[in-house]
Design a protein around this ligand. Structure first.
Ligand SMILES: *Cc1c(COP(=O)(O)O)cnc(C)c1O
Length: 367
């Protein structure tokens, strides 16, 4: 937290706007939509809630197919199951680790041939790097399938000078505690389409019909962000640039300290984009490095340094084991060899140095 957040929360207390909705919610929505360059935004209780409503707004129903990146957090695809729809997972490309547009095209072609196009494609911007939208958008436009951009990890990133979150029919952000800025828990749904966001606000507040009494015609959700948390979000938003800077510095520190090591590579950063570097991820080629990803992780743990394997692809999760997947080998290899290094915005040079020392010790031991 910075210094401004408490002041804004205090404002909420003093004005007694503790309920969901209130002036901070309106202002937070306005500020996020200005930052992202999208006209409309609805502040919600989580990124997962935002994905769920996005699916509902695009008319996803029981038995429909929804395509989704496979190399991501389970929250990207769980809402597909909430609606009784069927996830179809698409593998990553090497260039960005994001959804492979060629596989996406092939799979759309297949489903068009069967007369069963997906209702939506959920494209994830992994670890703060945008997918290759010039290709992915073209492919989706050919088939008229809308994109939901899961930019939960990518606030502050851009691609071809447009901000992450602005590439789909609907864009999703998360303000969960581990994200680049946080409201402790929260999310945002953004769109150019005012009516979609209006509907999202309606559904997120129990779908209450306009009437003096409580009148309901469709199922509703309690997905709205509270005014107190929106106050925190407004304070955090002012820190976004410095947080992005800090995380990019982490990445560049690691790169300069480790890039001479054989068999250790960094998640590629595409020159088409500007990345917030939410997490710095590496891959370890055991044959060249002389140790496995897991040995590196355990050595770090031994030194009381937490690191995590790259997301286990969703098609390899027990929960989604019956789902169709297109490709899969690329993300499986990234999971097997990939490691997310400590990436907090408040890491000191000394702490970063210590991480690098441990990794280098494992490498030397392997020679
Ligand atoms: C964190 C995250 C979500 C979910 O956001 P919550 O606010 O935690 O519900 C969805 N997708 C991705 C890629 C995420 O990293």
């Amino acid at each position: 937290m910075g210094v401004k957040e408490l002041q804004l929360v205090q404002e909420a207390f003093e004005s007694n706007w503790i309920a969901p909705l209130g002036p901070h919610v309106d202002a937070f929505e306005q500020e996020v939509s200005e930052l992202v360059g999208v006209s409309h935004a609805a502040a919600l209780s989580s990124g997962t809630a935002a994905i769920h409503l996005a699916l509902k707004l695009l008319g996803v129903r029981r038995g429909d197919d929804v395509f989704c990146s496979t190399l991501t957090f389970a929250a990207s695809a769980n809402p597909i199951l909430y609606e009784g729809a069927r996830p179809v997972f698409i593998d990553s490309e090497e260039k960005t680790w994001n959804m492979d547009s060629d596989l996406l095209y092939d799979e759309l072609l297949n489903s068009a041939a069967r007369g069963n196009l997906p209702k939506a494609v959920i494209v994830v911007d992994l670890y703060g790097q945008c997918a290759d939208y010039s290709k992915i958008s073209d492919v989706c436009n050919v088939f008229g399938v809308p994109i939901i951009e899961d930019a939960a990890e990518a606030l502050g990133s851009s691609y071809e000078n447009r901000m992450a979150g602005s590439f789909g029919r609907l864009g999703v952000f998360s303000f969960n505690g581990n994200k680049i800025i946080t409201t402790s828990g929260g999310g945002m749904l953004v769109s150019e389409d005012a009516s979609l966001i209006e509907q999202a606000r309606f559904l997120s507040a129990q779908s209450r019909d306009p009437s003096p009494h409580y009148e309901h015609s469709v199922v509703g959700y309690n997905y709205r962000m509270s005014n107190v948390l929106a106050g925190i979000g407004r304070g955090q938003l002012r820190l976004l640039q410095s947080r992005v800077h800090a995380r990019r510095c982490n990445r560049f520190f690691y790169e300069s300290a480790l890039s001479d090591i054989a068999g250790l590579r960094f998640m590629p950063l595409s020159s088409d984009g500007y990345q917030n570097c939410w997490l710095t991820a590496i891959t370890i080629d055991p044959a060249l490095f002389g140790a496995t990803r897991e040995q590196v992780r355990l050595a770090l743990e031994e030194a009381n340094i937490e690191s995590r394997p790259v997301w286990k692809p969703l098609h390899a999760q027990p929960l989604f084991s019956s789902c169709r997947v297109r490709g899969g080998a690329v993300s499986e290899r990234l999971f097997e060899n990939g490691l997310c290094l400590p990436s907090g915005s408040n890491l000191t040079q000394e702490a970063l140095h210590r991480v690098c020392e441990v990794i280098r010790r494992v490498y030397d031991g392997g020679e």
